[in-house]
Design a protein around this ligand. Structure first.
Ligand SMILES: [Zn+2]
Ligand SMILES: [Zn+2]
Length: 281
């Protein structure tokens, strides 16, 4: 059974659990290493650290940042970042403001589709956390426009949805540099290289490695054994660190469980040894 989960979200971004409740849940599920990787913010980590203090659970500070790489939305995880770094926090603030612009555009599109949602309603659902599409989806459900998260994304919010709006985000190289500048380790999140052949995959990976990428999230909540083995192969080929996590969002992604993903996730303990070594911890 996996006792490590290095990819989880709290209500400081688009997860449904508070940091303290997430730590409590991880402990109850038998995990002893947990990373919190909220989108665009490190603000939930202090609360989680405090909650973990009295438990046999190690809390790893992390973040997940959206980027663009060769025209595709690509997510980069950062571990062991110096959260007190003022330059990094300023950069995050800038990133969060692009998120808000996008939400406003989505609301405008929904309005033309006769779906009425206000920013105030979203802020109410999101609380103090980073606003994301799952919050809009939750309101669509609450107001009876759709029956569930899946339908909300298929009909409105997903790439093929009628109210989809692309978010303007920095290039992967820039985000990798931000994480590195703040003393963190940049890892490519949930790589699946869709639409690329084996050779193109290697070339893409090499480009990111040249940009400073240090590892791949080989183990992921929804990955098949085949996806895991091809990512593992790639990581070995480039001498990259290997990480893994569920991408737990609580009730916003009910099919994903903390620690085990869809049931078969099992992050090996060697992952943590190497990550710690790389971070000098
Ligand atoms: Zn992601
Ligand atoms: Zn995530």
């Amino acid at each position: 059974m996996s006792r490590i989960d290095l990819h989880t979200h709290t209500n400081f971004s688009d997860g449904s659990f508070s940091p303290a409740a997430l730590v409590e849940l991880a402990h109850k599920k038998g995990l002893n290493i947990l990373a919190i990787t909220d989108h665009d913010t490190t603000d939930g980590i202090a609360e989680a650290m405090e909650a973990a203090q009295s438990l046999p659970l190690e809390l790893i500070p992390g973040i997940e940042l959206s980027t663009e790489f060769q025209g595709r939305e690509t997510h980069i995880l950062g571990y062991f970042i110096d959260r007190a770094d003022p330059q990094f926090q300023t950069r995050l603030e800038r990133l969060r403001s692009t998120r808000l612009d996008r939400i406003q555009h989505i609301l405008d599109r929904l309005h033309t589709l006769n779906v009425e949602i206000s920013l105030a309603e979203i802020e109410h659902v999101a609380g103090s956390g980073t606003i994301g599409r799952p919050h809009i989806a939750q309101i669509l459900i609450n107001k009876g426009y759709v029956r569930g998260m899946k339908e909300a994304f298929e009909r409105f919010l997903g790439v093929r949805g009628k109210a989809y709006v692309r978010r303007l985000v920095p290039e992967a190289a820039e985000i990798i540099a931000w994480i590195t500048d703040a003393g963190g380790i940049p890892i490519l999140a949930h790589p699946y290289w869709e639409g690329l052949n084996a050779n193109e995959t290697v070339v893409s990976c090499r480009t990111m490695v040249d940009q400073g990428l240090r590892g791949l999230e080989v183990f992921y909540g929804t990955f098949s054994a085949r996806q895991i083995s091809s990512n593992l192969h790639l990581a070995r080929h480039f001498g990259l660190l290997v990480t893994g996590g569920s991408d737990f969002h609580g009730t916003f992604k009910p099919e994903i469980s903390i620690g085990t993903g869809r049931g078969s996730l099992n992050v090996p303990s060697t992952v943590m040894d190497r990550l710690r070594l790389a971070a000098g911890r």
